[in-house]
Design a protein around this ligand. Structure first.
Ligand SMILES: [Zn+2]
Ligand SMILES: [Zn+2]
Length: 342
């Protein structure tokens, strides 16, 4: 007889509930993980509300989770071990996968987006996607390694160094982890741009030297004025619309780098290639992370270079996950990262 578990199931846009569902058995190379903590991410909200082009319903969302192995069909793990899950799964055969860049695999899949994820009491995951950790690091800290890995990767793509003046368009959780990792890497100055005053206050606490509230200032004007125009080595764009991309190009120094971090909606964007060509500016992108980035993120937490408590603003029990999702969606001024204790 198959055992049952509680899971948060999304059956389509805005159709979700906590249900008792059957729990499968791990296949060779997989483990059954008892989820301890899960983080709520913008992409979970987009799945729940039907804004995510990659989601296939019915689905148990949640790609930020840590847990305890309760059953293992892989020699490298045994019951009782605690691990974070690197949720990006590649085909394992293409050149990107072979080089360790699974995030660039054409057949890439994520737990919680393409396959069932961590908003459940248990989840089946490939053992090779587990990143073990030990005390004194706690599961409610390790759960932050996933969003932090996004910041590690974006800064690796940028090649952030101590010489860099950086601008970040979008001061939510992704902008904040990029800011924090850039600080750890010793970036010379960091400017954060957002429309929400509370986020900008938090950015200053996290080490930004300058913030711009673009709901009170005309960003287009600012990007042309002497102080800001052509003054950044890199701009991370976490908004990614026609306007922010164009403004980002104006903010860059000659040969500066525009790193697109926003997940494109699928619409084509208008980019003024003359602005790129005339000063040899570089447009690149940062998508999720590699296993190496994920391990580095966990290490930043273990070595106290990053404190998850600076980012995690609220914790809910699993039974209140609908409140947690609502909070993350509708209280963006107060919440940065909401987590759920299973
Ligand atoms: Zn995430
Ligand atoms: Zn591949």
């Amino acid at each position: 007889m198959k055992s049952k578990m509680k899971a948060f199931i999304c059956r389509g846009p805005k159709q979700f509930s906590l249900e008792d569902v059957e729990l499968g058995e791990p296949e060779i190379g997989e483990v059954k993980l008892r989820v301890l903590y899960a983080g709520i991410c913008g992409s979970d909200l987009s799945i729940v509300h039907g804004r995510n082009p990659f989601a296939s319903y019915p689905l148990i969302p949640g790609h930020e989770f840590v847990g305890e192995v309760v059953e293992s069909k892989d020699d490298s793990f045994q019951a009782g071990q605690i691990a974070a899950v690197m949720p990006v799964v590649g085909c394992g055969e293409c050149e990107s996968c072979r080089l360790g860049n699974v995030n660039r695999c054409r057949k890439v899949k994520l737990y919680g987006v393409h396959m069932n994820g961590g908003f459940a009491e248990y989840v089946l995951v490939k053992a090779k996607n587990l990143i073990p950790f030990e005390k004194p690091i706690q599961p409610n800290q390790a759960v932050f390694s996933e969003p932090l890995a996004v910041g590690v990767h974006a800064n690796r793509i940028n090649g952030t160094s101590q010489k860099d003046s950086i601008a970040i368009i979008g001061g939510g959780i992704i902008g904040s982890v990029i800011l924090k990792v850039a600080k750890v890497l010793g970036a010379k100055s960091i400017t954060v741009i957002d429309v929400i005053a509370e986020r900008l206050e938090r950015s200053l606490l996290l080490g930004a030297q300058d913030v711009i509230n673009s709901s009170q200032n005309d960003l287009r004007e600012l990007s042309k004025n002497q102080h800001y125009a052509g003054s950044f080595d890199s701009v991370f764009d976490i908004v990614g619309n026609d306007e922010t991309l164009d403004i980002a190009l104006d903010l860059l120094k000659p040969a500066g780098k525009l790193v697109l971090v926003a997940v494109p909606s699928g619409e084509k964007r208008n980019i003024d290639v003359l602005k790129i060509f005339s000063q040899e500016k570089v447009l690149t992108a940062s998508r999720t992370y590699s296993r190496e980035d994920f391990i580095r993120a966990l290490e930043l937490i273990t070595t106290h270079q990053v404190y998850p408590s600076d980012f995690i603003t609220r914790e809910y029990p699993f039974s209140s996950i609908d409140f947690a999702l609502d909070r993350a969606e509708n209280s963006k001024n107060e919440e940065l990262k909401v987590i759920v204790k299973m």
